[in-house]
Design a protein around this ligand. Structure first.
Ligand code: CP
Ligand code: NVA
Length: 313
């Protein structure tokens, strides 16, 4: 049994397989072809933070694959009344086939997984957001490394430069893990006090990222420019301080002009136009944010298929 708690839980060749499967699963969906390998399987989704994309993509994806879904939040379950996470894991995992959790500390999802009889997927923690990066990489591959028949060329990621402009947060940490495994470099620019901690990011190879004081320098020559909200969920008390510190970390036309002419723009969403990104960029021709959001569903269907029934063919 495998869990998916952070990006580095899978090897490069497993990602190659998952992207191939995601392409097949997406094509079937687009052609209205029924594909229900998870009939009679149940996914429990536990949300301790808000969500739109993660909930809809997992829930719709599981139904499309023939399974069903149970949705729990802190407020409407015993999780909010201090039932130990270990006990919750023991009970929930006796009744369902797979669990997705969105919570605060990574240690919480690790404790759940340690007591779970079924695979556990990280749907975002303070430290990581692996399902989002899975979707982001698939979106990049669709744009730069996929032929018309849907064959995936993983080499399209090799040597690429991803500019990260903003908070050294869960998304940034996960980009670093992906860079280390798949062979590209992240150019990171954060305001001072909001840097990435490589220990928390969990990367060993210092070559997978470079730090830039000025976000303009981070964008120079990039193949992809990406950012995220100034204040992540759980950090709302720091909102005012962050608004002041992040004022120059807005991805705008000037930053995009320094990137490669065909550079893509990505944002995991939800976005705040006029804060971390200008409306011109997110709503402009280089932005692939809507494909990125849709692809959450296709990659997560491939992920659930892999965790529950293994390799097909
Ligand atoms: N990107 C993402 O995870 O969105 P939600 O918070 O809406 O799930
Ligand atoms: N970094 C953001 C991502 C939201 C999908 C957060 O954790 O709130």
């Amino acid at each position: 049994m495998r869990h998916y708690l952070q990006f580095k839980d899978f090897r490069a060749e497993e990602y190659a397989y998952l992207f191939e499967r995601a392409a097949i699963i997406k094509k079937r969906f687009k052609n209205y072809e029924k594909y229900q390998p998870l009939a009679d399987r149940t996914l429990a989704m536990i949300f301790e933070k808000a969500s739109t994309r993660t909930r809809v993509s997992f829930e719709a994806g599981m139904y499309q694959m023939g399974g069903s879904v149970v949705h729990l939040t802190t407020g409407d379950s015993q999780l909010g009344r201090a039932e130990p996470i270990e006990d919750s894991a023991r009970v929930i995992s006796r009744m369902v086939d797979i669990v997705m959790i969105r919570t605060f500390e990574q240690s919480k999802i690790e404790r759940f997984a340690a007591h779970s009889r079924v695979p556990v997927i990280n749907g975002l923690t303070n430290e990581y957001h692996p399902c989002q990066i899975l979707a982001d990489l698939f979106t990049f591959i669709e744009q730069r490394g996929m032929d018309r028949r849907g064959a995936v060329d993983m080499d399209c990621l090799k040597g690429r430069v991803v500019a990260w402009v903003g908070d050294g947060n869960n998304m940034a940490n996960t980009w670093l893990q992906a860079a280390e495994i798949l062979g590209f470099t992240v150019h990171v620019s954060t305001p001072s006090g909001y840097e990435i901690d490589p220990q928390v990011a969990g990367v060993k190879n210092a070559d997978c990222y470079k730090v830039f004081k000025d976000p303009l320098d981070a964008c120079r020559g990039a193949d992809l420019v990406t950012t995220d909200v100034w204040t992540s969920m759980g950090y709302e008390a720091e909102n005012e301080a962050r608004r002041a510190a992040f004022a120059d970390w807005c991805v705008d036309a000037e930053m995009m002009a320094l990137a490669k002419p065909d550079a893509l723009f990505m944002h995991c969403l939800p976005a705040h136009r006029g804060e971390e990104v200008s409306a011109e960029v997110i709503d402009g021709p280089q932005s692939v944010v809507w494909d990125e959001a849709e692809n959450r569903m296709h990659v997560q269907k491939a992920l659930m298929e892999y965790l529950l029934i293994g390799r097909i063919g």
